[in-house]
Design a binder for this molecule. Structure first.
Ligand SMILES: NC(=O)c1ccc[n+]([C@@H]2O[C@H](COP(=O)([O-])OP(=O)(O)OC[C@H]3O[C@@H](n4cnc5c(N)ncnc54)[C@H](O)[C@@H]3O)[C@@H](O)[C@H]2O)c1
Length: 254
């Protein structure tokens, strides 16, 4: 029997789910029947996204969360279990980016980026663990970046946070396979979202995409949803610890 893409009656938490890549993934999961918890620092946009998702015929709630704060993450898990009684899927997506050239980077900048981009993923995974384990067949989908595979200039903290997510993914895959928890990572290339809007206006950056990206354009958040649905569902039942770029071919050069 071919394993299914069907996510009917499953429950997924999507961090940073109110906009950009997280929102596209949340909608993709919902279109396959999954109930969604939209977790984000931004409360009102999260509520609006949850409303939009409910129109797809699934249940959805918004939970205001700071993924870098343990109490806030525990509240996210408690609210999820209160509403849906279980957690089948965790999409660790909430992240921040700003330039951190090494020669001028302050320790606070390093700490801030690491706290959200790396500690946030760990805190959410650990807090969700007892519930993911209970399901005996559950999935964590981490969103890293091609910056975790190949260093972006002037972005040391971001690069290191994303490289660490790749190793966290493999560590979770190693340690939690015995509990039926699979963990895989998507490494997006340049995707059009609020995070990259300013960068993408830059003519030099646009030109660099034409040269560096075989498909010669940035991606759309929706172009990541299919892989996220696959990794979250039983269709990928023999995959764990995999690191998959979606980057228009950027990493062909590596
Ligand atoms: N856009 C890209 O080109 C690109 C490329 C590679 C990787 N990524 C990664 O994809 C993920 C999503 O990025 P995006 O482009 O959609 O960015 P975005 O800025 O549009 O969305 C990120 C979301 O995360 C939320 N967030 C930030 N800090 C948070 C915190 N402490 N707690 C909870 N939520 C928080 C924000 O409010 C926002 O809604 C990030 O991890 C990012 O690093 C993006």
């Amino acid at each position: 029997m071919i394993p299914e893409f069907n996510l009917k009656n499953k429950t997924a938490i999507v961090t940073g789910g109110c906009r950009g890549i997280g929102k596209a993934i949340a909608i993709g999961l919902a279109k396959h029947g999954c109930n969604i918890v939209v977790s984000d620092l931004l409360e009102k946009p999260a509520v609006n996204t949850a409303k939009e998702i409910k129109k797809l015929g699934v249940k959805a709630i918004a939970v205001q969360t700071d993924v870098s704060n343990k109490d806030s993450v525990n509240n996210l898990i408690n609210q999820t279990v209160k509403k849906f009684k279980k957690i089948d899927i965790l999409v660790n997506n909430a992240g921040i980016f700003y330039p951190t050239p090494l020669e001028s980077m302050k320790k606070q900048d390093w700490d801030k980026i690491m706290k959200v981009n790396l500690d946030g993923y760990l805190l959410c995974a650990q807090a969700a663990f007892p519930y993911l384990k209970k399901q005996r067949s559950s999935a964590i989908v981490n969103i890293a970046s091609i910056a975790g595979l190949s260093a972006f200039a002037g972005s040391a903290a971001y690069n290191c946070s994303k490289a660490a997510i790749i190793m966290l993914t493999k560590s979770i895959a190693q340690d939690w396979a015995k509990y039926g928890i699979r963990c895989n990572t998507i490494c997006p290339g340049v995707i059009v979202t609020p995070m990259t809007r300013a960068m993408l206006k830059d003519k030099n950056f646009q030109a660099s995409l034409k040269i560096g990206v075989p498909l010669q354009r940035p991606g759309k958040p929706q172009e990541l949803a299919g892989l996220a649905v696959y990794l979250a569902s039983d269709a990928s039942s023999y995959m764990t610890g995999s690191i998959i770029p979606i980057d228009g071919g950027w990493t062909c050069h590596l």
